[in-house]
Design a protein around this ligand. Structure first.
Ligand code: NAD
Ligand code: ZN
Length: 358
């Protein structure tokens, strides 16, 4: 399938899901992919409310980015094979972005493709990972280096699941929401994000309205350019440098950054580059930095690590030739893609981040 299908959010979550399954997959064999957290926090309620899933085979993996690997896929493919999964089977991905990225990939490759549904249970997966059609796994800490584009049959979002999600994970998802507010101004998301009170942040950022607006922005962009030929690159704002921090923290340190935490750093550095090269004014740069540094902990980096970060950026699959390719913003909500930036300025942006966190 090559288009974005249905996304259901809240409302009668269980009734909608049950109707959907009954209508389309009544005679299918169900497999549900979970990790040790979603098996406890989300699966019991799901099965209790949807009797059709009583006989589903549960596939449990260990949570964490370090398990988003081909080795895990092979184990699951073997299991699916033993359980006689066929083209009529359906995989339900119940979890965060690790589950939906890898589960979708597993489904698409098994017997040349079985159908899958995403039920994202983290804020990051609800606003981002589960809805863009990008699927894949990591190799040797290189993120998403093997994968493909394919869309689920449907995405079912239940914001109630966020109630058990740790605060750090919620804030990780919020970084993607900040990103949407910076690359699109149709939904007024920047004003909304700035009106959130830090005291109430956890309640505020899980509001259905904010999640819906974020999905609307991502969906609008992805539906115009599903395979990232052009427009979709706007979604990479904050991610060129963000991914480098994420990979670096996984491969070179014990202090692993969550995806969104790394993106938050990337948003600061790439807003700095936007200020130098794309016309983002000082006032808006300062507002972005103020918002992000009031929400996220500082991440210390050493100047000796700059070269490693640059090396990781050079290896990024989004680059063409040896240039480092960026999406920048010319003002809030106005992205520009395909900006090639020289390495010395990238280092300046890292120094800028280093200076604002001291
Ligand atoms: N495909 C895309 O477009 C896309 C976009 C952004 C991120 N990603 C990928 O998503 C992944 C990160 O996703 P994530 O942040 O959701 O991480 P994750 O899947 O690792 O989940 C984070 C943690 O939360 C736990 N958890 C999940 N739901 C819970 C719940 N309701 N209550 C309590 N605990 C719960 C998980 O077990 C895990 O420990 C990365 O691999 C990243 O590359 C993909
Ligand atoms: Zn991201």
């Amino acid at each position: 399938m090559n288009k974005i299908d249905k996304i259901f959010i809240d409302g009668n979550f269980y009734r909608n899901l049950e109707n959907f399954l009954n209508e389309k997959f009544q005679n299918s064999k169900f497999f549900i992919l979970v990790d040790e957290n979603t098996i406890k926090k989300c699966l019991p309620e799901l099965i209790f409310n949807i009797p059709l899933l009583n006989n589903a085979e549960i596939i449990e993996i260990e949570s964490g980015e370090e398990n988003k690997t081909l080795e895990t896929c092979v184990q699951i493919w073997e299991f699916l094979s033993e359980m006689k999964a066929d083209r009529n089977s359906i995989l339900i991905n119940l979890g965060g972005g690790v589950i939906s990225d890898m589960g979708g990939f597993i489904a698409c490759c098994f017997k040349r493709g079985i159908k899958f549904i995403n039920i994202p249970t983290t804020l990051l997966a609800q606003v981002d990972a589960s809805i863009g059609g990008k699927l894949g796994v990591d190799i040797n800490n290189f993120k998403n280096i093997v994968g493909l584009f394919s869309f689920p049959e449907a995405v079912f979002i239940n914001t109630e699941y966020l109630k058990t999600l740790p605060e750090k994970q919620l804030l990780s998802g919020f970084a993607e929401i900040i990103k949407y507010s910076l690359i699109d101004d149709d939904e007024n998301l920047w004003q909304i994000v700035n009106s959130i009170s830090l005291k109430n942040i956890i309640i505020d950022i899980t509001r259905t309205e904010i999640i819906k607006k974020s999905i609307k922005i991502k969906n609008k962009i992805v539906s115009q350019d599903p395979k990232e030929k052009n427009l979709r690159k706007v979604l990479n704002f904050g991610h060129t440098i963000g991914h480098a921090f994420e990979t670096f923290s996984l491969s070179h340190t014990k202090n692993h950054l969550l995806h969104g935490e790394a993106v938050a750093i990337g948003l600061i550095c790439e807003s700095y580059l936007s200020n130098i090269f794309a016309g983002l004014n000082n006032d808006n740069l300062n507002k972005i930095v103020k918002l992000i540094s009031s929400v996220y902990d500082n991440y210390k980096i050493d100047e000796k690590d700059f070269d490693i970060l640059l090396d990781i950026m050079t290896n990024d699959k989004k680059n063409i030739d040896d240039n480092i390719n960026f999406t920048l913003i010319s003002s809030i909500g106005k992205p520009i893609i395909n900006q090639n930036i020289e390495k010395k300025y990238i280092i300046d942006s890292l120094k800028y981040y280093q200076n604002i966190i001291v």
